[in-house]
Design a protein around this ligand. Structure first.
Ligand SMILES: [Zn+2]
Length: 435
């Protein structure tokens, strides 16, 4: 859907050729990129190209000069940027040259005035390694370069906010959630192609919006919040899985569109700030719909796995308006691992063996979701594109091959439509199924 919209976006971003002046330059160093912002008196029509040996980025601003009395600070520098130079050209354009410390992938866009700033030209410099585009795997080396799927694991509550507490041992929810979150991270990290990041690693509080922001910062492909329920009726028990409700999503859309601080964030790879309100709202709801769909698929897999560990509360994935689930472009789910208010479940939730079973089940659900629908550019996506193959050598048997690739003989047979060992021959190519 995004592809169809791109030409439309390009049209809307085309800016008229107005004489402009540069009145300010600001530099922001983020952990993952460098942002240079040029304050301009009119939308800046610009061209950008890179030069090598030494690495430079050239920005030509058409019909532009420096505002009276303004001088570009040539010494602006950070991990990507060595310094800035500029010169007016005979055709009336302004050329700004960024001297770079290393090659970068630039991304530029113009922003309309808002409450705090006027017209701006934003130049983002991303390190080349981190922005490699997904491509078809051609060799095992390509597979090595693909990125891991990132799963943000959020231990609910913490610090001043203990969450619910048990009736028998006064167990605090905040401790249980952190224990399970840490175990979940270990299980996720043990899976090739998956990587977990914790939103909190100790007993301290993080705001709900901050938890979402951390997931965004890590470019998470999935957000999982871990909790333990409580209810006044101590008999109530079982685990449950929640995704954001439709009403929660639409109220969040309104918030995103209304709040200036959100608008400059990228949603599903596009910024909403420079879009007209109608287009911004369409882009946002498209992104939300895709996210809701993925959230539900992932939640369903996790719910199924939790059902193997113990009783589930409710017959299916449930919907609620939890704030932490509101990221418009990061599929998100919340797991209530059990009722801490139920004495038996409180004991279970404190038990390392039970915590381990819960963590493993959640990991299995997450893994199945990503193996079935891997995000582009990830190791899992590359693996899916190019299944492993084995060329049969003299003396090979199906059981040995199955052993070597850690798959079952039955799966190997099914995948390759082989009825018995007698039917394999030297030189035959077998497709190795996903274990
Ligand atoms: Zn909770």
């Amino acid at each position: 859907m995004k592809k169809l919209l791109l030409p439309l976006i390009a049209l809307l971003m085309a800016t008229p050729a107005l004489a402009a002046q540069v009145a300010g330059v600001r530099l922001w160093t983020a952990p993952d990129h460098t942002r240079l912002v040029f304050d301009t008196t009119a939308p800046a029509e610009h061209k950008v190209f890179a030069l090598k040996g030494p690495d430079r980025l050239v920005i030509d601003l058409a019909a532009t000069d420096l505002a009276d009395g303004f001088a570009i600070d040539k010494s602006l520098s950070d991990k990507h940027l060595k310094g800035l130079r500029h010169a007016g050209k005979p055709d009336g354009s302004l050329r700004v040259v960024l001297d770079l410390k290393r090659p970068v992938r630039p991304k530029t866009f113009v922003l309309k005035p808002n409450a705090s700033y006027g017209h701006r030209l934003v130049v983002d410099l991303y390190p080349v390694e981190a922005t490699r585009k997904p491509r078809v795997a051609k060799s095992t080396e390509d597979i090595k370069r693909a990125r891991d799927v990132v799963i943000a694991i959020d231990a609910g509550h913490g610090g001043d906010d203990p969450g619910a507490s048990g009736s028998r041992f006064r167990t605090k929810e905040k401790h249980v959630t952190l224990d399970i979150a840490k175990r979940l991270k270990r299980h996720i990290d043990a899976q090739p192609g998956l990587r977990g990041v914790l939103t909190r690693t100790g007993d301290y509080y993080i705001g709900l919006r901050k938890r979402m922001a951390l997931a965004r910062k890590h470019r998470a492909d999935l957000f999982i919040s871990i909790h333990a329920d409580a209810f006044r009726d101590k008999r109530v028990r079982g685990s449950s899985v929640y995704v954001l409700s439709r009403r929660g999503a639409s109220s969040e859309a309104a918030r995103w569109l209304a709040e200036k601080e959100n608008a400059s964030d990228l949603v599903g790879g596009v910024t909403l700030e420079d879009k007209d309100p109608m287009l911004a709202s369409v882009l946002l709801s498209l992104s939300q719909a895709a996210t809701q769909h993925s959230s539900h698929s992932a939640a369903t897999q996790v719910y199924k796995e939790l059902g193997r560990v113990g009783k589930t509360h409710g017959r299916r994935v449930q919907q609620a308006r939890f704030v932490v689930l509101k990221s418009p472009d990061i599929p998100s789910l919340l797991v209530e691992t059990g009722f801490i208010s139920n004495p038996t479940e409180e004991r279970n939730l404190r038990d390392p063996a039970h915590q381990e079973r819960l963590a493993k089940a959640i990991m299995q659900g997450v893994k199945r979701f990503f193996v079935e629908s891997p995000p582009p550019g990830t190791l899992l996506a590359e693996k899916r594109k190019k299944p492993l193959r084995h060329v049969i050598a003299k003396g090979d048997t199906l059981s040995e091959i199955a052993d070597r690739y850690q798959v079952s003989v039955a799966m190997l047979r099914r995948t390759n439509a082989i009825r018995s060992d007698n039917l394999i021959r030297v030189g035959q190519v077998l497709v190795i199924p996903e274990s």
